[in-house]
Design a protein around this ligand. Sequence first.
Ligand code: PLP
Length: 421
Amino acid sequence: MAIVDVTDQDRDTRGTGFDVDRIREDFPILRTRLDGPQLVYLDNAATSQKPRLVIDAVSDYYANTNANIHRGVHRLSVQATDAYENARGKIQRFIGAERREEIVFVRGTTEAVNLIAQTFGRTHIDRDDEVIISTMEHHSNIVPWQLLCEERGARLRVVPINDDGEFLLDEYENLLNDRTKLVAVTHIANALGTINPVERIVELAHARGVRVLIDGAQAVPHTEVDVRRIDCDFYAFSAHKMFGPTGVGALYGKLDLLESLPPYQSGGDMIKSVTFEKTIYNDLPHRLEAGTPNIAGAIGFGAAVDYLTAIGMDNIASYEDDLLRYGTKVLSAIPEVRLIGTAREKASVLSFVLEGIHPHDVGTILDQRGVAVRTGHHCSQPVMQRFKVPATARASLALYNTRSEIDALATGLRQVIEVFQ
Ligand code: PLP
């Protein structure tokens, strides 16, 4: 089982010590052959692959420390609790949060957004109030606000994007007004790769006393995130897109804001005491984490943070930027390719259509050649409507991808074009 050939250009091109060959060895699945061709995995925006460190952390928990957390006095329970809470501390440091209590474990970005809609939203958003999102949001950062607005009689306002897929700051400023109660925008757009000017977005909202939630699902695996520098009120992300397990993610919230939220889900662990007359709720973050959580997932999430930290987010961002530039050049050289999403500030995503060929056909033929890309609307149907396409094919890159893999994608695309000529 050979690994895809890595060219010299792939190896430590920028003198950072970033060695893609070494990194690829950490990911067992990258050695997979799919009925013949070598796997070229370019679907990282949907979910990333897992390094051995993460796989081992999860299986080690089940093999050696499996117990429920927080309530046990026996040793295994104490060890499991320590591992779970240590993971919270790693995540806190990774995104620059001030306090451990500001990190709430959730199932993923989707749950984090729903949590804020159902707690902050229901207590702060009333009839005729407004929530601002943008055209480039994932459905997870659209539908919870739509439901909330329907329930509360509030209005959803949408910041438009330009033909390159860039957030229009002027239009945003015009939308902010006295009725705006929340801004919820993505840090990096999953269907386009656009990196949004989140610090400025927050600054403009805060100037009017408006709170901001940032959807960081596509940002945390690719760039250094510092929630204090961004100064956002809430930041949501999923472990599985940053080399951790599925079914776990984190919601960051400023402590005073989280303190002010009503309970989200209720049950065990979110309480201090229960009688039939009165329940006293637990302290943060447990007050927002009802029931037995995904303990193994949280521990694996912590291991993923260790992995990224050891490589260095700056090294990752700079390697991926180089890869994205290369991919853009290679795909742009194919006349039938139309890139969707050409923002000046862009990360890790090559979304495109091939003139006259349905993206599903593109994806299916590429798959026969071992190249895994995603095709469809990427849970961003308003983006598809904005660019007047039913769907795109999307190659989304991660730290283990190489120029050779991008060449394999381009070769595959030329073959697709030949089939349809
Ligand atoms: N937000 C963005 C920008 C995403 O790309 C995704 C997933 O693709 C989500 C939210 C939803 O993440 P999850 O399905 O992990 O909850």
